[in-house]
Ligand binder design. Structure first.
Ligand code: ATP
Length: 342
């Protein structure tokens, strides 16, 4: 069942198209990540769903009803911000209870809901503390509890973990995912961190300059990026400008056969490091190159190989391969993606 629909949603500031004709259908219980570089319009899109910003064009529907004339506090959404924005003069319990008190819930129900929200985020027993007496991670958990306690139909999060260190970020990410699954909560999460989006989302919305480049599962976005932008933004990718020559796509030493129609348009060839195999030099079907750099990424090693024509390609080094800087190697490309460039 669709919970949230964005139809042709557009928001312009002066001559900046912050969000340009955004269409999106979100199913109940789905976890969506809006992913893109700084300034691509993800926060503006989220703020329009929350009702803090009004679209110039288009419609936003929750449960099939248009929200254009509905104020933020009546949209069944709740937002968690990047800076946790807790009230420093209120205790943790007071911060979480605030929204419930506005709804005039009886005291005993408020106390019950606050206690269960605190338990949900793993902060039982801390309700008498003040925000200044909590770590950054604990403060962000309080911010999450303050949203969850309102039992929103849609939870909105704007880069909620970006101020935390890498370890804590991963921990809170896992906790959020497990809470979201347990509650079956429809969630829209804004991030510029592709790894965060890949690990959290059921579907990723890749945005660039206010427009959607691709909406797909993390696997599809990685395996089959729909556009050159998506290909370059997600994961490591070598992108080689190329052109047609004799019915083939050509970039320096590389040829991609099978594209017979001759045309003058510019193209780009994109290659994932794991699709570029390194061999001994001069093996059949390989091109010669010299290793310029080896990056240790922990779970893998990526070599930057400079080919004879000067083009640099990133290749994943096999588990058993001993390859170091300045080695001469063969490069075998097993899969390429091809895009129009411009
Ligand atoms: P970031 O990751 O840096 O927060 P973002 O992808 O969330 O970026 P937005 O904050 O949505 O991007 O901004 C999109 C574009 O709209 C940017 O060019 C920004 O400068 C512009 N913009 C956003 N809000 C306003 C505003 N209130 N007035 C003028 N321009 C704005």
């Amino acid at each position: 069942m669709t919970t949230l629909t964005l139809q042709n949603v557009t928001r312009t500031f002066g001559d900046t198209h912050a969000v340009n004709r955004l269409d999106l259908d979100v199913a109940e219980g789905e976890f969506i990540c809006l992913l893109g570089p700084s300034g691509c319009g993800k926060s503006t899109a989220l703020r329009m769903i929350a009702g803090f910003e009004t679209p110039d064009e288009g419609d936003i529907l929750i449960g099939g009803a248009s929200m254009l004339d509905v104020p933020p506090n009546r949209r069944a959404t709740s937002m968690v911000f990047q800076s946790h924005a807790l009230w420093s003069h209120m205790t943790v319990g007071g911060n979480i209870a605030f929204g419930l008190k506005l709804r005039r819930l009886p005291r005993h129900m408020v106390a019950q809901k606050v206690a269960s929200a605190l338990a949900l985020v793993g902060l039982d027993g801390l309700e008498k503390r003040y925000p200044a007496q909590l770590s950054g991670g604990q403060q962000q958990r309080v911010a999450l509890a303050r949203s969850l306690v309102l039992e929103p139909r849609i939870l909105l999060l704007d880069e909620p973990f970006s101020s935390l260190d890498a370890h804590l970020r991963i921990r809170l990410r896992d906790e959020l995912k497990s809470i979201q699954r347990r509650l079956g909560l429809t969630t829209i999460f804004v991030t510029h961190d592709q790894e965060e989006a890949m690990s959290l989302a059921d579907r990723i919305v890749v945005m660039n300059r206010g427009a959607v480049e691709q909406i797909a599962t993390p696997r599809t976005v990685y395996e089959r990026p729909a556009t050159l932008f998506a290909a370059g933004f997600i994961g490591t990718m070598t992108i080689l400008p190329s052109h047609h020559e004799g019915g083939q796509l050509t970039s320096g030493a590389f040829r991609v056969p099978g594209l017979l129609e001759d045309d003058t348009k510019e193209w780009a060839i994109a290659i994932r490091p794991e699709d570029c195999e390194l061999t001994a030099p001069f093996e059949n079907g390989t091109s010669l190159g010299v290793v310029n750099h080896v990056a240790e990424l922990g779970s893998s090693r990526i070599a930057t190989v400079v080919m004879e024509d000067g083009v640099a390609i990133k290749a994943q080094i096999g588990r058993r391969q001993m390859i170091v800087k300045d080695d001469r190697v063969g490069c075998r490309i097993n899969r390429v993606l091809v895009y129009r460039d411009g």
